[in-house]
Design a protein around this ligand. Structure first.
Ligand SMILES: [Zn+2]
Length: 423
């Protein structure tokens, strides 16, 4: 007798969805078909849609260091709630992941608490130069901040960046980049910082991102290091990425749902809950990002889940820290983009599961068939869902998605055949 049979769901596959049973044994899918024999456990999933679990290649869970904002118990529960079964996490508060010892200690601390599969990035900073190789077996890539966004994580000198890129290339892991130009933003903030949301948009401008993307691509070309540019927000960045791909550079790009759903007008209306780095830009940028995620210029959809305290996210705009609480609603928000005609369900699986799996060498995910991991999500897409603050399992309960009506919700999530959400 197998461990579990999920019975009667509409099972998604590349060939379309069909009603079937899914049998799971020792964390793997062992059969998909009609009228499968009873399992030790059974779940009646009639009417629900069964999808492969998502892989979110960009979250911040703040542990160690800022467990008051989030930790891996709450963050990973929130991820499972959002249909995510694998996360790749970026430490952007102290202590940064600048050595093998730091990386090993973090994994030993957080993996036992996590309800989902956990990968992490190393920090590529001045402090970790010369140590990227020693952590290669423990990380999926090396995070570089080309931005004044996150304390002392930023790297500014071309010489230093080149050295870090070369070292990453030697270690055989990609460089993952936050691309915003420090000088442009500092100048902009000096000029516009008193203007609230509109000033923020002017300071963290499309030009600030495009300049940094150009720099990241130059470094990629010079060093041959595989480069993945996170959370792109500007039309010009999509164009630069398209050019780089046409040249054959080993480069990929990502964006987040908030750049595809909202515009700077929404930031002006909503305020601090939509304050994020890079800033949410204009409708023209949003249109180009939507095109880029459809045609594959942008490879990956990610949340950039960035939890902050309710007191912080309710502060006046200029005192409000950047970052959106979003991993709780990732898959339902992607359904919203399907409803709006931006994505199809097949594209959701490609951009938010299969593409990151390929990029970071994560095997056995993204397909509901014999031999694949039983990382699965049951979705109720028969009626809309309007999340309330208390529905968020993240500690960050203030989100622009509170009160925002979505076309679906996650009912139950399995990681390796075990219930990670919905028990
Ligand atoms: Zn981030």
């Amino acid at each position: 007798m197998v461990d579990l049979v999920i019975r009667g769901a509409r099972v998604w596959s590349d060939a379309g969805t069909r009603v079937a049973d899914v049998a799971i044994e020792a964390g793997e899918i062992v059969d998909v078909g009609a009228d499968l024999a009873r399992g030790a456990a059974e779940f009646d999933a009639s009417g629900l849609l069964l999808l492969p679990g998502l892989i979110d290649d960009h979250v911040h869970f703040r542990e160690p260091g800022r467990e008051d904002k989030e930790d891996f118990a709450t963050g990973s529960h929130a991820a499972a709630h959002g249909g995510v079964t694998t996360i790749v996490e970026i430490q952007n508060n102290a202590p940064l992941m600048t050595s093998r010892a730091a990386v090993e200690a973090k994994l030993a601390l957080v993996r036992p608490k996590a309800r989902v599969n956990v990968g992490i990035y190393g920090s590529a900073t001045v402090a970790s130069l010369g140590k990227l190789g020693e952590m290669a077996d423990y990380v999926l890539g090396y995070k570089i901040f080309l931005a004044p966004s996150h304390g002392d994580a930023g790297v500014d000198s071309d010489e230093m960046l080149r050295a870090l890129y070369r070292e990453a290339a030697r270690a055989g892991r990609p460089v993952v980049v936050h691309a915003e130009d420090k000088a442009t933003i500092e100048k902009g903030l000096a000029q516009f910082s008193t203007d609230g949301p509109r000033g923020w948009s002017r300071a963290r401008s499309p030009a600030a991102e495009v300049l940094a993307v150009e720099r990241a691509l130059r470094l990629c070309e010079e060093t041959g290091a595989r480069t993945h540019v996170f959370h792109l927000s500007a039309a010009g960045s999509v164009d630069r990425l398209a050019d780089a791909k046409a040249k054959g550079l080993p480069v990929t790009g990502a964006t987040c749902p908030h750049y595809l759903l909202f515009s700077d007008d929404d930031v002006a209306r909503v305020g601090g809950l939509l304050k994020v780095n890079p800033s949410i830009k204009g409708a023209v940028d949003r249109a180009r990002l939507r095109e880029g995620i459809r045609d594959g210029t942008l490879d990956v959809l990610e949340t950039d889940h960035a939890p902050h305290l309710p007191t912080e996210k309710s502060a006046p705009f200029n005192d409000n820290p950047s970052g959106i609480s979003s991993v709780d609603v990732f898959l339902p928000v992607l359904f919203k983009l399907v409803e709006e005609g931006v994505l199809t369900l097949d594209l959701v699986i490609e951009r938010a599961c299969r593409a990151p799996a390929r990029l970071f060498g994560i095997a056995n995910k993204g397909t509901i068939a014999r031999g694949f991991d039983a990382d699965l999500v049951l979705v109720d897409d028969r009626q809309p869902w309007t999340p309330r603050s208390e529905d968020f399992l993240s500690k960050a309960k203030l989100s622009p998605y509170v009160g925002y009506t979505l076309p679906a919700r996650v009912v139950r999530t399995y990681v390796g055949g075990r219930v990670a959400f919905g028990d």
